[in-house]
Design a protein around this ligand. Structure first.
Ligand code: AKG
Length: 261
């Protein structure tokens, strides 16, 4: 059963330029309902905000969605890639009253992959500025900056930098303090809408200041054909794949191809 109810159309140009686009109504009710249930089941583990990841490794709804729903074709079309492979999936649930903003960051410096990664972030609830909308600086994916990874507290606020002496990284400016210097965008989302964004785009997520409206998001990270394995980059040991040489395209048993044209 296909995930998308719409074609990508001319969004590819915008994705290449801005590094982020929204696709309204991307999910069919079939997948939306199944993913919502699967997320609620997963939440029973009671982990911290960032810890719900790699659910795709187990048989079940998450894996089926990643591999069989048709989302790989959407990613390849949008990213103008001949194929796409699955890096990992992750869910982000901001409970009512979680006022902490997820700090401004870029994703890819955490991972051993250079070149193009696309995240699809799927809204499983209504999302807006009150309950944790994601914010982006369009075009920042093309600045050529590799910002230093950092660790955060349980809710996503900055704690301290990692890899302090590694010259491939530079420190991230305080984007929150200098908001007025940048164009910052966010979208209000309906359940089933999808944000697609580049692994190097500068982004953040607002806090959830509501008392009743949980915000569930399901994020999947895909490599495009221009991505290259780089074991010298990143801090996520759990993404290391000894079968890939430095510079190899990111496709293997561990990073399975989801779609190929
Ligand atoms: O959903 C969130 O709260 C943060 C998501 C995010 O930063 C990401 O997917 O890279």
């Amino acid at each position: 059963m296909d995930v998308v109810t719409k074609e990508v159309g001319n969004l590819s140009d915008r994705y290449a330029k801005d590094g982020v686009v929204r696709i309204k109504g991307a999910l069919t009710p079939y997948w939306l309902n199944r993913l919502r249930k699967a997320v609620d089941e997963e939440l029973k583990r009671g982990e911290r905000y960032f810890a719900y990841r790699n659910m795709r490794m187990q048989q079940g709804i998450f894996r089926d969605f990643c591999m069989k729903s048709g989302i790989g074709r959407l990613v390849a079309d949008l990213g103008r890639s001949d194929w796409t492979s699955l890096i990992f999936d992750q869910m982000f649930v901001k409970e009512p009253g979680t006022r902490t903003r997820t700090g401004w960051h870029t994703d890819q410096p955490y991972w051993p992959i250079d070149g193009s990664i696309m995240t699809t972030w799927i809204a499983l609830d209504e999302v807006d500025e009150d309950n944790g909308a994601l914010e982006f600086i369009p075009g920042s994916h093309a600045w050529g900056m590799k910002y230093r990874p950092f660790i955060t507290d349980q809710k996503g606020a900055f704690l301290e930098y990692l890899c302090r002496d590694d010259p491939q990284y530079c420190d991230m400016p305080d984007f929150e303090a200098e908001r007025c210097k940048h164009t910052i965008v966010h979208w209000n989302l309906e359940p089933g809408d999808l944000l697609a964004f580049d692994g190097f785009i500068v982004h953040s997520a607002m806090g959830n200041r509501t008392s009743t409206r949980r915000r569930r998001g399901y994020a999947i990270r895909f490599a495009l054909d221009r991505a290259r394995y780089d074991p010298d980059q990143g801090v996520a040991e759990w993404l290391s794949d000894k079968s890939l040489a430095k510079g190899a395209p990111v496709r293997s048993d561990f990073f399975p191809v989801v779609f190929s044209c």
